[in-house]
Design a protein around this ligand. Sequence first.
Ligand code: FES
Ligand code: FES
Length: 265
Amino acid sequence: MSTSRRGFLKGILGTGAAATALPGCAPDINPAPVTDVSASDAGTVDLLVSRYPDLERVGGALTVRVAGEDTPLLVTHSAQNDFSVLSSICTHAACPLGFDGRDVVCPCHLSKFNPVDGSVTQRPATVGLRKFSSRYNAGTQVLSIDLRAGEEGFPSAVNGEVRLPFAQFPTLKDNGSVVDGVPTGYGKRIFVFRLGDGSLSAVDSLCTHEACEVSSRPAEQDLICYCHNSIFTAKGDVTQGPAVLPLKKFTVTETTDAVVVSGVQ
Ligand code: FES
Ligand code: FES
């Protein structure tokens, strides 16, 4: 990534002034304009769509930075009353994303993503974008984004605790295994490893460099961030930069019938 591009991304991730028109990066696509908002205590962001002309029109999009959250959101308006919410950071090299009315497009090297599910539709990116749960009320024109929604079938975080029963996750008994998922109530992916020596480790998925989501490499028993190729051990420690800080680490204990991850909040 060029110095100017990196500086631009830091602007997206930082806490600058709200509602900024962003400079163009490629002939036909710009990163979506930025606005700053706050979430409720329950982790919900409500956007009154009519207040944002860039989002109100079909084919429009907005980058939404939420106070206290590391990942900026790309909200797209694909069709009448049809919105979706994805991470606004390209998984190739962490550039801020735009929307051409049909695809989510990265101005840096022209990767494309499906605006509905975040899957890659054009390389060089190979990893899809994180999707956020949202609901649009056409009567009130309010788009509600749930930052704490989880993956169906994965256990929820209750009082900061995620319980993974062996009956549901039998591989967690096997040395050298890894399980991942997004607990409702937390809203971010977590990884749980049974290491080669039989011990357990659980870490968060948010890269400490520039907030991309890391992926596990089961064969290597580690985690890689494809945005700039930082690598972390299964215990979250950095083995290759540019990241310098470890991943957030959770406490893991084991009962006769489950692995219990604590501090998931
Ligand atoms: S940073 Fe997005 S395609 Fe390269
Ligand atoms: S965001 Fe740069 S290495 Fe992860």
